[in-house]
Design a binder for this molecule. Sequence first.
Ligand code: ATP
Ligand code: MG
Length: 746
Amino acid sequence: MLKRIELSGFKSFAKKTTLTFDTPITAVVGPNGSGKSNVVESIRFVLGEQSIKSMRGKGSADLIWKGSKLLAGGTKARVSIAFDNSDRKFAFSNASGASAELGFDEITLSREVTADGGSDYFINGTNVRLKDITELLGSVNIGSSGHHIISQGEADRLLSASPKDRRGMVEDALGLKVYQMRIRDAERKLEKTALNMREVQALRRELAPHLIFLGKQVEKIKMAEELRKEFAGLYHEYATLESASIRFAEHELHTEESHIKREIASIEDVVTSSTSGKYDAERGVILDEVRTAENEQSKLFREKEELGRALGRIEGKLDALTVVHEETRGVTVVPVRDVQSLCADIIATIDTTETIEELSGVRSALLSMKHKIATFTDSLKGQKAPEIDRDSIRASIDHEKQALESRMREIDVLVSAVRDHVQVAREKLAKLEQEIRDSERSSYAGVARRATLDGQLRECAIRMENLTRRKSVLAEETREAEALLGVLMHGVTDGPMSEDTNEKFAEREALHRKLERIKIKLEDAGAASGAEVLKEFEDTRDRDAFLARELVDIEASITSLRALIHELRDTIERTFKEGIEKINVQFGDFFKLMFGGGGAFLSIVVEHKARRDEDGDMIDQDSDALPFEHGIEINVNLPHKKVRDLNMLSGGERSLISIALLFAMSQVNPPPFLVLDETDAALDEANSRKYGDMLTHLSQHSKLIVVTHNRETMSRAQVLYGVTMGLEGASKLLSIKFDEAVLIAK
Ligand code: ATP
Ligand code: MG
């Protein structure tokens, strides 16, 4: 398995040095301080040893060639170890046990450290983590406890180790590290999964109230959707009824209005005809007629009066004619004008006298008047009345009288005719006036009717206004409904018109009330966008369902991980116990061989290492963890000796027991190689032989690299490497023959 090792700049190996291990046993020989143990340490190093101390250094710089007088120091140390992998044993395994083998015939592991503490690992040249190296080595039974590398002075290592460390070495030797690694992996995974589960649970917890809230929202939205549907149906019904009623009322109103207007037009004719001056001309004519007739009549009356008076005068004349005839005998006739002139004269004198103040003046005036009167009376003396022809006068007067009387008769006839005329004309006028009054009366009735009709028209206008209002309210309500439903309501107002009967009105009102109630409910349901909330609800529900599924998966994987851990622990437990039994058989044999009798065996001890919590109180032991708290005790029974305490044994005895145990372990589960640095140092000749026999025996299954000064041991090796310290202060390697080796060793 192990093919070679290559050191470069590692400790005393300043230059690149290669050791090949083609034979079962390779011995490394050389004087003290030549660098043999450095070779052993280089193997520890490349396998991932973390303790610099175990490689006799304080820091990684101590692992790098420090330099000498002749050769300058290095900056890095590198060691490579090559294994044969033609049997494909090297493999990476995962926690569940599935392994992926590495398809290379040769596997080279390398490790490099630099002075500044950097440390790199490589597998076949690829930079990897230490974990990968450990895991890969685990697959070929090379555990990290390094039980198969016994450093110088550690011949009794297995004896001096604590029971627990010993157990680690035994487990390593039994190849249980792989399982433990898997357990650790599974545990890590379990931890991660548990954390994941808690996270998922937390997420679900976080999601839960939101989901409930959204669920309620969705319920509301669905309810609102139902309401909206109901609203749409009812609104359609309502709007149809309302618009049909409005249109019917409109139609009715138009008809009524046109009736009224027609009536108004007809009244208009009557009123205008009555109020026009159609009677005026006729009335004027009749009035003229009346007036003419009346004038005629009064003229006739006046003429008749005149005639009457003239007749009177004529009567008087006739009378006077008779009287004058009787009296004019002895009577002087004095012309009137003479008398009038005398009177005027006297009056004038009196008027003048009134202004005279002196009595003499008045006396003269009176004398003048006496004179005048005397003169007048004197003039009258001797005058006589003229003689009159009375008969001719009488005759002319009678003639005149007859003429007058005839005229009087004519007038009477005329008067009677005129009176009739007046009568007729007046009657005509009265009739016309009656007619006018009648016409006016009917005109007044028309005006009154018209006022009524005007009132009705105004009422119609008000009703029309109401209808218009109802129309605009309906339009507004339709717009609102459209906004509420988010759809246009075409044609809701296109149905046939119909009369708003009482039942229909009640139905319409009931619908309206119902719509209002639904509207309030819808407004209550909120204006949340349904689609968005629905989408969010579905997303959240999906997410929750996804998380729930994930939780189920996680729980399943937790269960399977637990089962795996349990199974692995069982396997470890079983393999461990079986391994111990097998080792005990070998151990007893090797022991008897070494000591020529007696016996030795391993026993499992339960170290009840109760854990304590932070306060120092005891914590109950986790039963699952118990097997790992077990340790391994070595029991020996030396022939002829009573001493059982390992500490009381001699150094050689301790080495022998330790070697016997190591060989027993290696026998049960052979490691790919064993490195033994002067493990034989404390052995006497007889035991050296027995040791040599055991080496030969072991080399059947594992490659052995032995560092030795022992001749017997050297004789068992097929290849010998001599290590010397050259002039440059660096280790040198050379392949040598046995005899040379014996010489070198000395
Ligand atoms: P022995 O037979 O006594 O066990 P050995 O052959 O095993 O001897 P080693 O212990 O391998 O000897 O070698 C030790 C030598 O290596 C010392 O002389 C030491 O000076 C040298 N050495 C150790 N580390 C370094 C280093 N970093 N650089 C140079 N030389 C080193
Ligand atoms: Mg040494």
